[in-house]
Design a protein. Structure first.
Length: 276
């Protein structure tokens, strides 16, 4: 039992008693248990109701408590209470299980109670707004490990999120032909950072590293995303090596790959650059 008139220390209940006759205790019925989805950092707004009645038509005091803490008191005038009266309490309930106890008395000592639970849960995964890797193009392909910083913007209806890099994959083998026999080519060095090797196969169409990201909310719902870092086959971004200053922002590796293929495979960039 979560509350009693005594524990709430309501002297008012005893004053209240002086004006009533209390032959028959009142009755009370609470609304049923509820499960709500978390909608804000405060949990969820919920409504609990209780129906009270007194056969004698006594004045009633109705005391609400949430998780053992007094929340609200209602006074009902004598006379009306021979009919069932439904009262409600609207409250912002925190994530988890909340106990709502409602006590009614007609004289300060007759206390009749009911209770219900409001469970607030978070079953909705976070939303990813953007994932940015810096840099997202590695040039020149000198086989050196380059630090990469990843920034994720994500949010969740219920509260804060956290995120980390879960794995890094590449469209080329670690030790393929023509890439310099180095490994490993990727290392996750922290939740938000990694080292990637600036190399690609001279016979390929450019290397694409894919960094997989997992974003979690406080309830451990997760959303996954990824971001690419490319090592183009045959150009530096805006560099003197660039042979056709055509296109994109270098982040969408599909374009890089397409161009690489079109451009005559198997040419080793290193040589070409050396020539220029
Ligand atoms: Ca009564
Ligand atoms: Ca959530
Ligand atoms: Ca390698």
């Amino acid at each position: 039992m979560k509350i009693s008139i005594k524990s709430l220390g309501l002297a008012g209940a005893f004053l209240f008693a002086a004006s009533t006759h209390a032959a028959t205790p009142p009755t009370i019925t609470c609304s049923g248990d509820q499960v709500l989805e978390c909608t804000s950092t405060n949990g969820a707004l919920g409504v609990v109701s209780a129906t009270v009645q007194d056969a004698d038509g006594d004045g009633l005091m109705v005391i609400w408590a949430i998780n053992g803490h007094a929340a609200e008191t209602n006074i009902l005038a004598a006379g009306d209470t021979t009919n069932a009266i439904t009262l409600s309490l609207t409250n912002s309930f925190a994530v988890g299980t909340n106990d709502v106890s409602v006590g009614v008395t007609d004289d300060g000592t007759n206390v009749v109670m009911c209770s219900s639970t409001v469970v607030v849960q978070d079953t909705t995964p976070p939303q990813i707004r953007s994932i940015v890797a810096s840099p997202n193009v590695l040039w020149p392909p000198n086989h050196k490990m380059r630090p990469i910083a990843v920034v994720v913007r994500a949010d969740d209806a219920c509260g804060p999120v956290s995120w980390h890099i879960t794995q890094i994959t590449s469209n080329e083998p670690e030790d393929g032909l023509g890439d310099g026999n180095t490994s490993p080519d990727s290392v996750i060095t922290g939740p938000h950072k990694a080292l990637l090797r600036a190399e690609r196969s001279g016979k390929g169409s450019g290397r694409i590293y894919t960094l997989d990201i997992e974003v979690s909310d406080q309830a451990l719902n997760t959303t996954n995303g990824s971001v690419r870092v490319t090592v183009p086959h045959d150009r530096g971004h805006g560099s003197r090596w660039n042979d056709d200053e055509d296109d994109d922002d270098h982040n969408d590796s599909g374009d890089d790959r397409g161009r690489g293929n079109g451009k005559g495979n198997g040419k080793d960039k290193g040589k070409k650059h050396g020539k220029n």
